[in-house]
Structure formats: C-alpha cells, structure tokens
Design a binder for this molecule. Sequence first.
Ligand SMILES: [Zn+2]
Length: 764
Amino acid sequence: MDTNPGLRSASAHRGRRAFRFRLAAAALALAGLLAAVWMRVPEPAEWLSPRPTTTVLTDRLGGPLRVVLAEDGQDCRWVPHEEMGPWIGPAVVAAEDGRFFSHPGVDPLAIGRALIQNLTRGRIVSGASTISTQVVRLAQPRPRTYATKLIEALMALKMERRISKERILEEYLNRAPFGGFFVGVQAAAQRYFGKDARELSLGEAALLAGLPQSPARYRPDRRLDRALRRRAYVLERMVRRGYITDAQRAEALAQPLVIEQRNYPLRAPHFAERARAITPPEAMGHTVRTTLDPALQRLAEDALRRRAAELRADGVRGGAVVVIEVATGAVRAMVGSPNPDDPSAAGQVNAALAPRSAGSTLKPLLYAIAFDEGRLTPLTVLTDVPRQYPDYAPANFDGEFRGLVTARAALLDSLNIPALDLAREVGVERFHQRLRAFGLTTLSRPSAAYGLGLALGNGEVTLLDLCNAYAALARGGEARPACWFEDEQPALAAPVVSAEAAWLVSDILGDPDRSTPVALPAASARLPRVAWKTGTSSGFRDAWTVAWNPEYAVGVWLGNPDGAASPALVGGEAAAPVAWDLFRALYPRGDAPAFARPAGVRECKVCAVSGRAAGPFCSTVARDWSIAGVTRHLVCGIHVPRHSEDGLSVAEVWPEDVAAFLHRGRPAPAAASAADEPAAPPAIVSPKPGSPYRRWTPGEGAEQRLPLIAEARGRERLWWFADGEQIGSARPGEPVWWPPTPGRHRLVCSDAAGRRALIEIVVE
Ligand SMILES: [Zn+2]
C-alpha cells in the first residue's frame, strides 16, 4: 500500500488547522459569552447604596442626648475606615478572609477547599465567602443558593475592579451584624464597650471581629465564654498572619474585658424630642450637635424640680424652663416638665411648647412698641383710673387704681388701665402684628378676636416663644428664630423695635433697686443684675417669669398641664425663684453684664407733673430719657394759664375721668365691688336726650338752671360733666344744677367704677 506521507501530513495539517480554528472560534465565543455576562454584572454604584444609619443627637459638647435608630430599626453608625482604630480591620481580615488583600474578590483556594468539604460531607459546611462577597450579600440580601453564590462572586469581582480594598473593608465593617440590632463596628463598640471604634483595644477589637460570623452564638453579653473562645481563635489567626506578635496576643488575653449593659441615653428628653422633630432630613443618619448646654440644662432641671416640689402641696404639678443665649438665639436649656417620667402629671408633655394664657408678660413688649413709636417717655404720666371699655371693666391685679402714674411705674407695677390705653393708642392690629414679629406665633387668631385684651394677655403664647421674644428685646429689638443646632446657619435677625426702645424697657425692668417678688434667703440674696417681668393668667392658672440680661433670656412657667387653678400660681411668687436660681448659677459672683445705653437715647427735660415736654407754665421739671428723632415731644397741656380778677395764675386741668378720680380719691377695691354688683352704667333720667331745651327769658337775678338726674344701682356718688368740664356730683336720683348756654352740649354721668352714660342736648 502506498502511503503518501506528504498527503497524510497535509490532511493532518488541515485537521489541526480546523481544530485550531474551531478552538479559536469556541474560545472567542466563550470570551464573547463571558464578556456579555460580565457586562451584565451590575456595577457597585448600582447596588452599593448607603445603608440607613442611626441619628445621634448630642449636646453642644458632644455628649449623647438621644439615639434615633435607622429607618430599618437597626442601630448602625457609619464610620470611615480611617476612624476605626488600628485593630478591627486586621482582626476581621484574620477571622473572616485571610487572603483578602491578595485575592481579586473571590478566593480560588477557599472555593476549592469548600467544594471538597461540601462534596465529601454531602452538605454545605463551608461557603468560601470572602469579605467582598459578604459586602455584596449584606448590601443586597438573596436566598443562599449556588446560583446566587455565583452572582455574588461576579458582583464581588466587579466591585474589586472599581473600588479599593480599604473601601470594601469599610463597607463590610459598617454593614456586618454584631448581635441584636447592632450593625457595624461603631454601634457594636458603643453597645458593648461604651466607646468609639477608634478607641478599641486589641482585645476588644478581636472580640468584636469574631461576632459577624454568628452574632447570636457569640454575643458577649449573652455567652461570654463562647465569645472569649472565639476571640482566642481570632487572636491566634492574627499571629499566624503576622499582624501581631505572640507577646501582643498574650497581653490582649491578659487584659480584663468589661462588657456592660448600656441603655440608650435619654437626657433632656423634651429638648431632644423637639430637636429630633426639626432635624433637617439631610442631617438624619448622622451625629447632630444641638445647642444644649449640659451644665445649664442640669441647673434648669434641678431648679424647676425643687420649686415644683415646694408647690406640690398647693396643687401645682407642672412647669417648664427655657434658656436662650441672646447673641445667637441658641436654646441652651429646655425643661418641659419637672418630672418627665411622671405620667400622672402629664410629664411626657413638653409644657414649654404648650400655648398658655400670657397674663401680663406682653406688657413690656407693648411699652417697647410705644417707645419705638415715640408715643411716650418713661416719665410720661398715664392715667390709672376706673374706666369702662367695651365688654369689660378692667381692674389692676391688686384691685386698686393709682390715679396718675408715670409710664415707668405703670410698667413696673404692671397696671392694666395704662396698658389698655397704650394698646388703644398703638392700635390692636399693629400691636398684634408686632407681637407676631417678636416671634409669638401662637397668636394666630385675627386681631379683632383679641381686642384690647391682648395687652392684658388674653392671647396664648408658648414659653419657648415668649422667652425668645425677650431674647429679641435683649438683643436690641432684633427678632430671630430660636436656634437648635450648633452648625446651623443663623437666621437673619429682623428688627421689631429699635435698640433704643428695647433699652428703655430693659432699663426700667432692670432697675437694681427693684424689689424681688419673693423674699430671698439671706445667703442667696445676691442676685446679678437682670431685667424681669412676671405674669399671672386670670383665674390663677399660669404663673410666668421672664428674666433677661445682655447674655441670656430665661423663661419660667408654672401651672398644671390640665389648666387647673391654684392660689399659688402667681407669677412672681411661683415662677421667679426658678429664674433667680438660674441667674445666680450663671453669675456666681454676681458680675452679670448690664445693658449699654444706645447712642440714640438722649436726656430730656419734662414737666414733673404730666411727664410731657415742659411748657412755660410748668413749675417743676424732671430729667427723662427720649429717643432722638423719634420721641414726639408733646408740650404739657395740664398746666394752663387762667385769667381771673387777681390776674394771671396757672391752673392744672385734667381730663374729666381723671378729675373725677382725683376729686373722690381712691375707690374701694374694684375687684370686690365688681363681684358685688353687676356692671351697669348709670341711666340719665333728666334732661331727656334729643328734645330741645328753650332758655327762659333771663329774669333779674334768677339764673336759669337745669336739673341733671341719673339713676344707678346702689347709693354710690355719681359725677357729672358737661362738655368735658366737671360740674358736680350727687347721689342717684338727686339733682345737680347746671346753667345751660345756647348750643349743643354733651352731658356725661360717671359712677365710681368709671361706667358712664352720655347724652347730647340742644339748648335754644
Ligand atoms: Zn406741666
């Protein structure tokens, strides 16, 4: 047989070429397939999304106040790789994935070993997981099958090509479970050792590194013996990897390990709750530093608790304190209840945020507005006499009327009538508007719903808003929202009244000679200089005190969450001691700063009797403060010249209601009389209104006179005025004789409480 080696060799050559070709095609196809598969493996950017994390609210010094768990109910506090300390990284690598730093995301040696183990035992005993594949699984949990293991391996391979080993380790250490709902090394370090991850010792880090593989089995607070055996294993692996020496391991094993049951912090609960509610969404999941001053908060809590305990016997169960730093508007302390844990006193309710009747606490703001509008100066004389306003007859807190009183005294004594007069002058709507500009946001009804009573505090305010309004006054009249976070961009301040007007009020209410409403024990009598105002709501339901200096505004409220009244609820007596306690603690040497007088406040000379600019007929002149370019220097209209047979003299002419009051002296306390008789004005029975009166032809010597008669309940004397001039007084039913002149006349009859009747008559 002829054999042709050339032919054979040619066909063999062809066969080899075809084989090579097919091999290349297959390889190409396989490469194409792999490339297609690889292309479809998701990029880490698509699935490695940030996991929800815990929000930790701290005080301004970083001490934790409140921990708010992540959205998924876990406690996870993300820390970057650089802040994990030197040990936890190596410990976890040694425990979980020894070749982590050299493999590409999957570990072929581990897979081979795992396959053999699983095949020989007939079940999965080893997963050959790497730290990288575990990151995939933690970020995107899937059922544990061979298929998902393949997918996870591919995703891990891709991740390794995109991000660094350090970053992968960081992802793992922040996502790994450490027992209970503690996720990540930082939450675990806090939970088991009460420290940050960066502070972990080698022994502590090794213990934590052993947990993620089976947290339920190794939790050191449940099974310390198992946890310690696991730790010994981790340390052994670290030695073998060369991460630590034998000596270091021995030292770590010898160190005592203290595992503590740590509860979450719950300090300043009402403040923390409020801060949590207004934490910006973008800050959630991080550590948020609030403005709370821990020392001041403790002082406020103690002072309020002490005072509430003293008043408990009088049926006072609630109270609140707010401290605001004037310069920044930062809330430095907030206590919403003397006993936050006492549900019987509604302790969980934050009374600092509850709208309550303002009482007299808005009067200083009214005076600031009136000063700002140039309407008066501290020595302007206001009239405090009984007067009838639509709907009610106001009395002062002590039921007395002062007659003539300076604005300064009226503010210091918190008189009602002058405040009502001022509110009427300013205008209720304007007053209301400015109060809202001061930040009293709960005065949300229309002005007409409050009426003049707004000056007496018939509106509702929260202690927080009130305290912040006084911080604005202390800031020179510039309002700004309260600030809750240290890193917050401060809101722009908006001027409500001028610095001059604000100073006048703070100066009056900060008079160092002013007596405090509560006698102080001799040892603690030294009070730093502060301005203050108290308030009591009608019916003894709310006792307020606001005290301020250039650095702090302190607001105190005492009352009952259910609004129950108590005779102990008088602003000065109930609430002021808490404010004094705080200011004494703030300035233990009594060296508080005083308000500096703004340049626009100038000295001026006023009539000592009327408080208006002194005119040519005013005999006594006093020194007063005015605001340059603002104060309207109205000349005294009380001192007028009178021409008589004896020549020129000076008369004092007062408005009719003042004159009536001055003639009769002080009435009986109005509070008592108001309770005894219903408020009805006198009724004029003669002359008859509307009907024309004809003058008789004048006879010789006989002066024509008209009887003025009014009826009223009781036998109190009535006062008559014609065209604003006082004519005389008489008891009800008795006449006062009046000589009429031709023309239209206005006749007024007023009783002791200022209730009055008015008619107009025409005399022909
Ligand atoms: Zn005068």
